[in-house]
Every structure is written in structure tokens, then in C-alpha cells.
Design a protein around this ligand. Structure first.
Ligand code: IMP
Ligand code: MG
Length: 183
């Protein structure tokens, strides 16, 4: 969906489809360099990371296994519930392998700090995080992302996998949701 279709729901467009593609291609280049000659599994966090995974993986000019996890941390609104549960676990055995968790946004960092510890307990060769977006609060949490697309202000954003009540995920751009939509 083009963001023009939901113009009234957005206060601004933060990143266009083109800007996102260009940034992901840059990040893919860094991943290629850092993991040259190493066995790599990228783990997408469902459902928000689907777009990032699809575009990052296609920008990687190397073999990479794509696996998925689903965890719940949010309810259906705009605030974290503080509880993390595994809804779908990995299919792959990651022991001895290099794991890169791929997510679309780190907000409080709660989900990814929990997930990183969980995956690290399975004896992988390494566990790192790639996120397209990061909000300021994430910096105060014990979650270190190795690759960050952009740091953004503490506002609720939608598009490119990011939803509000399961809507806007299929929007091509990333925009700030207008308060009238959720208040
Ligand atoms: P965290 O555990 O607080 O870092 O939140 C992680 C998850 O919350 C993300 O993977 C998203 O699914 C969701 N989330 C956080 N901020 C936003 C936002 O601005 N828009 C849409 N989803 C968000
Ligand atoms: Mg997510």
C-alpha cells in the first residue's frame, strides 16, 4: 500500500521505501564483511520483521539460512505489556552457529534482551542484533544492537512491517501515526 492512501492517519513520512532499501543494502554489506566465511542464520522476529528479513536477505550476496521466531510482548495497543512469551520457536538448531536476530524496531528493548539471552543459552557461536529502527529508551536497556538502521524519536510509527492493531504493516513507507488514530 502506498502511504498516500492513508495520508490522513499520518503526521509525517519518516522513511520512504527507497530510503529503506538503500539503508538495508548498506547494512547487508556490513553483515557480508563481518560474517565472511562464517555459517550464518538470520532469525526474523514475527510478524513485524517480515519485510526487513525479505529485503535484507535478498541484499545479502551469500548463503544464509532464514528462520523465524514469534514472541509476544505487546498487547494490541501502543504500550508494551512487559511479558515475553514464545509463540513459535526456531526450527533450526543454532548450536555452534552464528545467529543474527533481525527486527524492525527496538522500543524498550525488553523483547530483544529477553530473546538474546534465550538464544545465547542454546550455545551458538555468536548472537547479534540487527534492527531497522531504534527508539531512545532502548539505549537505557541492556540490549546492544550490532547494526541499527536509524535512531528515531519516541513516537509510534507504522509501515514496512510495523503495525497498529494489525493495520499499516503493508504500507511501503514508514510514517508517524497521527494521535487521532489511537486516542
Ligand atoms: P520492545 O520490547 O519494547 O523493544 O518492543 C518490541 C516490539 O514492540 C517491536 O518489535 C514492535 O513489534 C513493537 N513496537 C514498538 N514500538 C513500535 C512502534 O512505534 N510501532 C509499531 N510497533 C512498535
Ligand atoms: Mg517486532
Amino acid at each position: 500500500m502506498d502511504s498516500s492512501h492513508v495520508e490522513k492517519d499520518l503526521t509525517d513520512i519518516l522513511f520512504t521505501e527507497k530510503q529503506i532499501q538503500d539503508r538495508l543494502a548498506e547494512m547487508a554489506g556490513e553483515v557480508e564483511r563481518d560474517y565472511a566465511g562464517k555459517d550464518l542464520v538470520i532469525v526474523g522476529v514475527l510478524r513485524g520483521a517480515v519485510m526487513v528479513m525479505a529485503d535484507l536477505a535478498r541484499s545479502l550476496n551469500r548463503h544464509v539460512e532464514m528462520d523465524w521466531m514469534a514472541v509476544s510482548s505487546y498487547g494490541s495497543g501502543t504500550k508494551s505489556s512487559g511479558v515475553v512469551r514464545i509463540l513459535k520457536d526456531l526450527d533450526a538448531d543454532i548450536a555452534g552457529r552464528h545467529v543474527l536476530i533481525v527486527d524492525e524496531i527496538i522500543d524498550t528493548g525488553l523483547t530483544l534482551s529477553w530473546l538474546t539471552k534465550n538464544l545465547a543459552s542454546r550455545n551458538p557461536a555468536s548472537v547479534e542484533i540487527l534492527t531497522l529502527l531504534r527508539k531512545p529508551e532502548a539505549l537505557t536497556m541492556a540490549v546492544q544492537a550490532k547494526y541499527v538502521g536509524w535512531d528515531i524519536p519516541n513516537e509510534f510509527v507504522v509501515g514496512y512491517g510495523l503495525d497498529y492493531r494489525e493495520r499499516y504493516r503493508n504500507m511501503r513507507d514508514i510514517g508517524t501515526l497521527a494521535p487521532h488514530v489511537y486516542s
